[in-house]
Design a protein around this ligand. Sequence first.
Ligand code: NAD
Length: 498
Amino acid sequence: MDVISHFIAGETVSHSGTTIDVYNPATGESIRQVEMGTTETVQQAVEAAKRAYPAWSKTPPLKRARVMFAFKQLLEENQDQIARLISEEHGKAIEDSLGELQRGIENVEYACGAPELLKGEYTRGTGPGINAWSDHKPVGIVAGITPFNFPAMVPLWMYPLAIVCGNCFILKPSEKVPASTLFIVELLHKAGLPSGVLNLVNGGKEVVDALIEAPEVKAMSFVGSTPVAEYIYSEGTKRGKRVQALGGAKNHAIIMPDAEVSSTVNALMGAAFGSCGERCMAISVAVCVGDEVADNLVKELTPLIQELRVGAYTQDSVDMGPVIAKEHLAKISGYIAGGVEAGAELVVDGRGLSVPDFSTGYFIGGSLFDKVTPDMKIYTDEIFGPVLCVVRVKSLEEGIQLINEHEFGNGTCIFTRDGETAEIFCDEVEAGMVGVNVPLPVPVAYHSFGGWKRSLFGDLHAYGPDGVRFYTRRKSITQKWPKPQSNETAQFAFPSNK
Ligand code: NAD
């Protein structure tokens, strides 16, 4: 059986010998193993990054960007193999894997603009004979820790930009889905990345803790669940590191009485059930303004949810694959049982679904709850599965208040045909990413991605312009060349342009 190892200083490194199984969620079978790194593995990666840093940080941004141009081409040439690896370990449909890869490639394209992004600012004549400019310097060694649900895209949010900014990087991917992430890292080396600039250490908490403890690691980007995000943020910042830690979500969509019905229903189906609800931007709460809207929405959604095509990525025309793990399947089923017990109306029950020829896979159908109230756990918690909750409110204001009172504030959206309603929503809602008739408002690569409240710990969002700020330190230089014959005397007052 294949064993996925680490990738340090440009080569595959086998270190601890301790491995865990990696599963194909469609069959429930172990398909390969992944090595679990230790503190020593992290130290080895840190040493490799330290060796590579002096030359790489001084490499002209244009030359760093050229590696990204070649990388983009290799990603496109290998997209089918990458998508297969993602789907095999994650379970999502091939089309969906190709989609996440494409969004990752768009971040590589953004990183190709490094010379422009790092140009800095210049002012001539800030004072008599004085010129000033600002530079973007790299931070040093940066670490990235990523979740299982986007094994290609989320790492690509991080290291292409960090690297073109002149940093060296240590990536710790999810141990549940290691194959595509490693394959992509190897492609970047085929594209010409010098060894040691990007290192990959597989593993779990021990590796993360070693990265937190390493004084050489100056910044950390994290994407995953809120408890881990909060832990890494507080432990990292305590040690003087720069940290951006993106956490969990409970994304609401408000449906106004004037919303266009069929496009709203289609949008909600994809946003709630695509990738089996295992997306941090998935819509899991439909907030209906008025009983008529709710009754109609439930009526329209019910047959579509019942008809969802659930199956393995190897089958044709699949809408939804399995969830990531057996334990996760049990957790989702537990939430559904808890929702019924709490008094919500279970309109469609996805439990107990069996896919012919894949009876041992971690499959569950789509579920729909109506009359959910804010005190229920199916409302408060991130289920991270194909469960959509309908909450009934009386007005737009009540809907916005509901969203604003939730602990998470990642994405949200409104379905309406009225511009004024949309404007009020965009102004008042407390979430980092907002859609108007767009259910998954994931910002494109040249904007930045991040939530509010307990969906993000830190100051800067991921990728795009905020990513450049996060992966660079600003240096402001003020310069003057004194003339020998000038008869300047000592000035004791604070210099100003008075
Ligand atoms: P997770 O928090 O369990 O794991 C994320 C990473 O942290 C993995 O690499 C894992 O190995 C590591 N990790 C897990 N437990 C740890 C611990 N105790 N100490 C240190 N490191 C630990 O998340 P997941 O299950 O892989 O991913 C799903 C979660 O990620 C959901 O909550 C989802 O909302 C969130 N997510 C958020 C975003 C976003 O942009 N906000 C994007 C994708 C996923």
